[in-house]
Design a protein around this ligand. Structure first.
Ligand SMILES: Nc1ncnc2c1ncn2[C@@H]1O[C@H](COP(=O)(O)OP(=O)(O)OP(=O)(O)O)[C@@H](O)[C@H]1O
Length: 262
């Protein structure tokens, strides 16, 4: 039987301090199958980025196990990981004079030869990735001169060009307007359905997540990451428990957050 694409077994995530390790939530147990679209949801500061960085190997997890395709994360080489997984941290690309086309082409570097020479196939993949994300018209513009929303789409195009079976995206819908949010969301969902990609995104877009996700990873007020489905999350009132506020309340009937009072 095929191993899960991602598996966390009693995985403790957090940061090291001089006094010792500092986990930011209870041990995590989740398992992701090929082709699943997972939305990681939780209030600000609850640990969404930390979970994604721990799965991608950007930061070490503190204990337990993180397995990618059945292999323990620390034992996977950087080049092997780059072929299996791309991580999109859209707010953190700090880069100087580079065009959109060049930045998206970086996605091909794990696959090019040591001279980083692009084949016609690489160029086609880069072209298609920009096309899918609606940024082909920006290809000769400097990345640093783009709007935040345009940068966001370019970062996603770079990950698509990397053509990894697993893509992790940290808040990929930040800065996007309503239509672009919906477009990127449906693009990501399509990649899972049509191309069997496995995608995990962190997002504050609960309403979109409920419509598209196969599974929700919800970090609640008790510092637990709960793996659930959109239907079960609504049925079991998990959003009401996770987002406690005297200003808004999740309404399970409309599947939206409603203001309690203005
Ligand atoms: N490098 C770090 N060292 C120590 N603590 C950190 C570090 N980075 C983040 N934290 C803390 O870990 C906790 C989780 O942060 P994280 O960025 O993962 O949350 P998040 O859910 O992604 O938040 P947001 O929705 O605001 O982006 C926070 O309390 C944060 O202050």
């Amino acid at each position: 039987m095929k191993a899960p694409v991602i598996q966390l077994k009693s995985a403790l995530v957090g940061y090291g301090h001089r006094e010792g390790v500092c986990p930011i939530m209870l041990p995590i147990n989740v398992s992701v199958k090929e082709g699943e679209f997972i939305c990681l949801i939780g209030e600000n500061g609850k640990g969404k980025s930390t979970v994604l960085k721990s799965i991608s190997g950007e930061i070490p997890y503190l204990s337990g196990e993180v397995l990618i395709n059945g292999k323990l994360l620390p034992s996977i080489s950087a080049s092997e990981l780059a072929e299996q997984m791309s991580l999109v941290l859209t707010d953190r690309i700090q880069i100087g004079m580079i065009t959109v086309g060049e930045l998206v082409a970086f996605g091909r570097y794990p696959f090019t030869n040591w001279l980083a020479k692009m084949t016609p196939l690489d160029l086609q993949i880069v072209h298609d990735a920009m096309d899918s994300c609606g940024v082909l018209n920006l290809k000769d513009r400097y990345y640093s001169n783009l709007s935040d929303g345009e940068k966001q789409k370019v970062a996603i195009a770079r990950a698509l060009a990397q053509q990894t079976p697993l893509i992790l995206l940290d808040e990929p819908l930040n800065h996007l307007d309503l239509i672009n949010k919906a477009e990127i969301f449906s693009l990501l969902k399509r990649l899972c359905v049509d191309f069997k990609k496995t995608i995990v995104i962190s997002t504050h877009q609960v309403e979109l997540a409920l419509q598209a996700a196969d599974k929700i990873w919800l970090i609640n007020g008790k510092h637990q990451l709960i793996e659930t489905t959109p239907e079960a999350a609504i049925e079991n009132h998990l959003f009401e428990e996770a987002f406690i506020s005297d200003k808004v309340k999740f309404d399970p009937l409309t599947k939206t957050f409603q203001l309690k009072a203005i």
